[in-house]
Ligand binder design. Structure first.
Ligand code: DGP
Length: 112
């Protein structure tokens, strides 16, 4: 399967990696929407949040803890936003589960 984020996980496509764990990597988004814009990506190919079933119990929690750790690393004491765009209506463009960690500026609501 030709998946961009699988290729980043395997090192075939370069990325600005800032942290990693046994089950995930964190790298800076190529098209940042805020001063901090980091993607948390599971090493395993999981298509989207909708595929996070019982067989992957615990992975979601690990990704969220990674997001909080990255926010601490980037000094986002004033807050940040964690987003999982899911499916076509959710605006997901890369079909490999990822969390966006956005911070360094105030976020608006509702999102676009
Ligand atoms: P989404 O639209 O939620 O599926 O987010 C995909 C994000 O991935 C988008 O913000 C841009 C980012 N992205 C796409 N291609 C690359 C790449 O080659 N490298 C990096 N670092 N980020 C990428």
């Amino acid at each position: 399967m030709d998946c961009l984020f699988c290729r980043i996980v395997s090192g075939k496509v370069p990325a600005d990696l800032i942290a990693e764990g046994d089950r995930w990597i964190a790298f800076r988004d190529i098209n940042p929407q805020a001063p901090t814009h980091v993607l948390i990506v599971p090493r395993e190919h999981v298509e989207s949040l909708s595929s996070l079933d019982e067989s992957r119990a615990g992975l979601g929690g690990e990704l969220l803890r990674a997001a909080a750790a990255v926010a601490r690393m980037d000094g986002l004491e004033d807050g940040y936003r964690v987003v999982a765009n899911t499916g076509a209506d959710g605006g997901q463009s890369v079909p490999h589960l990822h969390l966006h960690v956005l911070g360094g500026r105030p976020m608006r609501w509702p999102p676009g």
